[in-house]
Design a protein around this ligand. Structure first.
Ligand SMILES: C[S@@+](CC[C@H](N)C(=O)[O-])C[C@H]1O[C@@H](n2cnc3c(N)ncnc32)[C@H](O)[C@@H]1O
Length: 284
């Protein structure tokens, strides 16, 4: 039986250390993370929508689930620096669209909701509606689209990334995830452009999943986010020494942090997922 007080695995690369615990995150955040030490927390908890995880049962009564999320939020707040950022990715299901908001409402007691980012997984753009954009030559429908059979519900093409902070005043490095101007005359026209061809991206982030051939081999987990998602959150926050993910899954946040040269601490209760996460990060 693994001793949960010691890391399951510790990986060192240049100046950064990635620490993986096979452990419940509430206990882990309290026992293994120094108070006010994390610059950024990026995570995605179970959504309580019956996802088929290997160990975790994703079907608690709503009150119990929200009480548990509250405990997680308290533990995250304790670990987060006063000027840190906590990015919480959460979605829902068409029959129960309030889950994400119920979770946000619980966390409202402990954090300020500084930004709401919409993670768009799939989008359709009609050429006729955008007018004369040189880069758009026809109708576009891009991203990951899994059709649902329903006469009531639209396909759910997005999830939330709630950006929580302690006081709502964290300065962000918006241009680190910025985009270039379509109309270059705006660079001169807008003072805020600072003569740079880069502007704030806004809060709609199109991040598709990478196409894979075999789910069991390449994505052995039913609910991951693309590495690009934590990567953008971390870079938006700006300079960071420590990133935490309380729900590691197969390690997307760990991979992003390692690629950016930032130390990482994370927790996962499922050994199979944790092994897959460690496999992934050893390849970075
Ligand atoms: C939505 S997934 C996270 C996926 C991850 N973002 C990725 O891209 O791989 C949630 C994960 O939380 C894990 N989990 C559930 N309860 C936990 C707990 N109390 N402590 C730590 N991990 C837990 C589940 O096993 C699952 O892998």
């Amino acid at each position: 039986m693994q001793n949960q007080d010691v890391p399951y695995r510790l990986l060192q690369k240049s100046n950064c250390t990635s620490t993986f615990y096979l452990k419940d995150c509430i206990t882990g955040l309290k026992e293994n993370v120094k108070e006010k030490s994390a610059d950024v927390v990026v995570t995605s908890p179970p959504y309580n929508i019956g996802t088929g995880y290997s160990s975790y049962k994703d079907e608690l009564p709503r009150e119990k689930y929200l009480a548990w999320i509250e405990e997680v939020g308290i533990a995250i707040k304790q670990a987060l620096k006063d000027d840190g950022s906590f990015f919480l990715n959460i979605g829902d299901k068409p029959k129960d669209p309030w889950i994400a908001w119920d979770v946000a409402y619980v966390l409202r007691k402990y954090f300020v909701l500084q930004n709401i980012i919409h993670w768009v997984k799939s989008i359709a753009i009609n050429k006729a509606q955008v007018g004369n954009y040189p880069n758009i030559s026809g109708d576009i429908a891009v991203g990951h689209f899994k059709p649902i059979v329903s006469k009531r519900f639209l396909n759910d093409c997005h999830e939330y990334i709630f950006h929580f902070t302690k006081y709502g005043d964290v300065h962000l490095d918006k241009l680190a995830v910025g985009v270039s101007y379509q109309d270059k005359t705006n660079i001169e026209r807008w003072k805020a452009a600072n003569k740079e061809d880069r502007r704030d991206r806004g809060n709609i982030w199109f991040i598709p999943y990478q196409t894979i051939q075999s789910r069991s081999k390449q994505r052995p987990h039913p609910a991951t986010f693309p590495v690009k998602l934590p990567d953008m959150c971390i870079r938006l926050h700006g300079s960071a020494k420590l990133v935490i993910d309380p729900f590691i899954g197969i390690g997307s946040t760990a991979v992003a942090a390692m690629r950016l040269g930032i130390s990482f601490v994370g927790f996962e209760i499922d050994k199979e997922y944790l092994d897959a996460a460690i496999d992934r990060i050893t390849q970075v």
